[in-house]
Ligand binder design. Structure first.
Ligand code: HEC
Length: 164
């Protein structure tokens, strides 16, 4: 089975997989644009839940800073301090790659969906679930930080990769 098909089996419904198998033609190769966008649409419409949940916290400087602090402790190993992969050597090499979190595609998620993604992660990609690490309020603070990311590179590189 192709990697895209087995990935799909784990993450989407049987009907979607059947469609994807047809698209993939059961060949072993990296997913093409059509399949990738198909997975993307499935992810956005079906897999990622809680789209109508509203952030109960205000976008105060304090909440955004709290989100930034937790982001700098945990998320930065993959997303960089600025959420835009600055200084993360493997960001482009992961499959799927780590997206810049200020990109249009990520920002198009509702607050409730971003909260869901942080809480549950995205299986089977490298994006881990944080529900055992952060409590709900901290996750909503992370959502606020993602809506107020600083300019790319403005926070330097994470120390773990030799930056400041
Ligand atoms: C081990 C590496 C790693 C860590 C740690 C990590 N992420 Fe991710 N993240 C990823 C990868 C890889 C993706 C791309 C997943 C995809 O497109 O399916 C991703 C995607 C995302 C997305 C966008 C999802 C999408 O569908 O485009 C958001 C939002 C996100 N991460 C937030 C966070 C936050 C907040 C944290 C910390 C609580 C975090 N991530 C920790 C690797 C990581």
């Amino acid at each position: 089975m192709s990697p895209s098909a087995s990935r799909c089996l784990r993450s989407a419904s049987v009907a979607l997989c059947a469609a994807l198998l047809v698209l993939a033609g059961c060949q072993v190769r990296t997913p093409g644009t059509i399949e990738t966008s198909f997975i993307d649409v499935a992810k956005r419409r079906i897999t990622v839940g809680d789209s109508s949940d509203v952030n109960p916290l205000r976008a105060s400087a304090e909440n955004i800073r709290a989100g930034q602090r937790n982001f700098a402790v945990y998320c930065m190993v993959c997303h960089g301090l600025d959420g835009q992969n600055t200084g993360v050597p493997f960001a482009d090499k992961m499959s799927p790659p780590v997206p810049p979190l200020n990109s249009r595609a990520v920002q198009a998620y509702t607050d409730g969906q971003v909260h869901w993604i942080i809480k549950n992660g995205i299986s089977p990609s490298g994006m881990p679930a944080s529900r055992d690490i952060f409590h709900d309020e901290e996750i909503w603070q992370l959502v606020l930080y993602l809506r107020h990311l600083p300019p790319k590179g403005s926070l330097g590189e994470p120390n773990v990769y030799g930056g400041q």
